[in-house]
Design a protein around this ligand. Sequence first.
Ligand code: F6P
Length: 524
Amino acid sequence: MSDNNNPLPLPSLPEWRNFVAATQQSAISFDRARIIDTPGLQLDISAQRHSPELTAAAQALLDARNFDAMRRHLLEGGIVNPSEKRAAWHSALRAAAPVGPINAERQRMNEFIRKADSERRWRNIVHIGIGGSDWGVRLAVGAFGYAGMWRQVRFVANIDGHAIEGGLAGLDLRDTLIVMASKSFTTAETLENGLRALERLRAAGVEDPYQHVVAITARPETARDWGIPASHVFRLWDWVGGRFSLWSSVSLTTALAINSDVVAGMLAGATAMDHHFANAPIEKNAPVQMALSGVVNRSVLGYGSLNIAPYDFRLAALVPYIQQLEMESLGKSVTLDGQPVGVPTGPAVWGMPGTDAQHTFFQWLHQGSDGAPVDFIVCQNADHQWRNHHESLLANCLAQREALLEGKSHSHAMMECLSAGMSHDEAEALALHRTHPGGRPSNLIVLPRLSPYALGSLLALYEHKIFVQGLIWGINPFDQWGVEYGKVLATGITRELNGDIPVDAAHDASTRHWIEQFRNDSAK
Ligand code: F6P
């Protein structure tokens, strides 16, 4: 038994060893009971390893990690991010009856939207933010604004000047609102892009450009010092991690771009998933079951990556959204008290919407030497009028999943070749290339249709899955010290490049070489 504040590395836990042994004796076999109904979606985990022994071992492992108490701690706003001494209480933002300050901020935001809509103001919105201050909004706007919006929305995240140049190009800046989303209000990309936007507003003759800027941040005073009027500053709180900030006023852009109902629907769907996570028994608990399969795939079977395959063109931004959520959370290799975890942790997450993905990298999934588990995500019903398109989309999704699971045996491939009229020798040679190993695990997530409620539920499903995996691995899924280090180095190198400070001799020789070259280049 481990103390959750000081989790023992997994290899030293007898419960882990039992879990590994049970996994090795388990198999993939269809069982209707392995399709879990949740509010907002169905999760089919029947294409993952399973056995009664594995179920029992999983329960023992969760108990050893004090799962019940830790889940309560998370959902009640306890400190679950000890390295930053913070809660990760994003679930409070979406509660049906949010506590005072959250509700007050929501009301302020709604009032801002109501006024803008009634005045038909802000034909253009330029949303400036990066990482968690960007992907969630891009996702929501992509999911629900695909068929057209009366406001034009552009997203600018990257420090690359082409991003802000393109983001502002061709807009009537007199009717453009700049939304700066930054929890810290220190992120170089966001502040620099914000400055460029202000310069362009001034150049376009806008009298008081700050009246065209809104900030969403956990540091309201910093945004005010930056010049943004207090009535345009919406706050979030320290206990909202950047990658979970979609549930805060960061969704102002979504509400302006589409409407407030989208935001409300997503909040409701996510809350419903919170309740499911808090109350459903382990075997029927979608985030927990997804987490357990993820641990099996990564730490026992050794799959190094997880593929996300949304069979819905509107969900293109889901891939980077989940990529950040998973990889910033689970890209850790020491336990809470700094010991090596002892097993492989968070997989690399990648993907693309199907069917594009089939014509890009699915070959690797089918017959490559490594393979990867796949999360197939699809809507039972489409929102367009072409039934045949949707049937084809559904068929492709099911077909890829089946091929990965069932594979194609050598004898099946032989039979195909022979019935195509090949000689026995030809068939024998080709059949080897047409054989698929199969046995590749996957999840199938089915949304009734792409409603805000279903999307909210889907995102909360992944959030809770990640929490459970972090708990099992004994790591902190809520910090991101690696990213912080990169930011510090980049700040120093920027100053070296612009000649503010001399090139630090402590850089490695190659980095020094390129700093010198780029410095000289920019002097030309
Ligand atoms: O990528 C690191 C990170 O800290 C993310 O967690 C965050 O979403 C992003 O940078 C942007 O940070 P901020 O919202 O403070 O500008």
